[in-house]
Design a protein around this ligand. Structure first.
Ligand SMILES: [Zn+2]
Length: 274
């Protein structure tokens, strides 16, 4: 599933091709994408709108329109925006946007978990509330905020990092990478993370997310950027997807366990069990 670095890479690609463009044709072919709203009605609402910006909140994309409304998109498992100069049919094509410069933005989604929702002007902040917590890279997120979010929680810190209200945008890959950098075992209860380790983890989360963005995200499954290029972060994982391979810090084999139903990678030597 795309996490913050992958979604941010998509956002940057969408800025290049969408901002200033009018949507001169909109065809939403899958009702699940806009549910419970009717896809034909949403397509009609979008027709003629001019894109004024593309933002991101956690793993959500926010396409701003000139009438003040916002199309909020979530790629979930396999959603993919692809910019092309000629329209061609392809498998799993769920939505087609024709742009006023003669190009096309296609949305494919094999697993069909992705969502698109049109938010009325002035209602965006309310939409985020209760869905996403602090934004890790906007300069407002502090180690104290992370520690407070983990305090009194008995759940494993790995599971808490996946909670979008603890910190927005972190998923399975970047949680494992951040915990390894911070030298914290994934099963450590949230409440056991004191001020020192909270600061280490906070800094590690920022480090891995920024590194992910720098390498255009990780392409371990279907993820590609808007221009169709894979990212290269998967070549730089310290622990994720490296079970049995040597730890980059100590050389001992990386181990894989399940935490919160998710495959979790860690070094048993660098991060002993709590
Ligand atoms: Zn190690």
């Amino acid at each position: 599933m795309p996490e913050l670095p992958e979604v941010e890479t998509v956002r940057r690609g969408l800025v290049k091709v969408l901002v200033g463009r009018e949507l001169v044709g909109v065809d939403i072919r899958d009702g699940r994408l806009t549910a419970p709203a009717d896809p034909t009605a949403v397509a009609h609402e979008l027709l003629g709108a001019v894109v004024t910006g593309v933002g991101r909140r956690g793993k959500y994309l926010a396409v701003a329109l000139d009438d003040g409304r916002t199309l909020v998109c979530h790629l979930r498992m396999t959603g993919w925006f692809h910019h092309v100069s000629e329209l061609s049919e392809r498998p799993h094509l769920r939505a087609v946007f024709e742009l006023d410069d003669g190009t096309w933005l296609l949305y494919s989604d094999q697993r069909r978990f992705g969502t698109m929702r049109l938010i009325e002007a002035g209602e965006l902040e309310e939409h985020w509330r209760g869905r996403v917590g602090p934004e890790p890279l906007d300069g407002t997120w502090t180690p104290q905020m992370l520690r407070a979010a983990l305090a009194r929680r008995t759940a494993p810190v790995k599971a808490l990092l996946l909670d979008q209200k603890v910190v927005a945008g972190v998923g399975n890959i970047y949680a494992d990478e951040a915990l390894w950098i911070a030298r914290i075992h994934p099963l450590t209860p949230g409440a056991a993370i004191g001020a020192v380790r909270a600061r280490r983890l906070h800094d590690a989360v920022i480090t891995v997310l920024e590194r992910g963005i720098r390498h255009q995200g990780a392409s371990i499954d279907t993820y590609r950027s808007v221009d169709g290029q894979p990212g290269s972060m998967q070549e730089r994982f310290a622990v994720y997807d490296r079970e049995g391979e040597p730890c980059l810090r100590c050389g001992r084999p990386i181990r894989k366990i399940r935490v919160a139903q998710r495959g979790t990678h860690y070094c048993p030597n660098c991060t002993p069990r709590p």
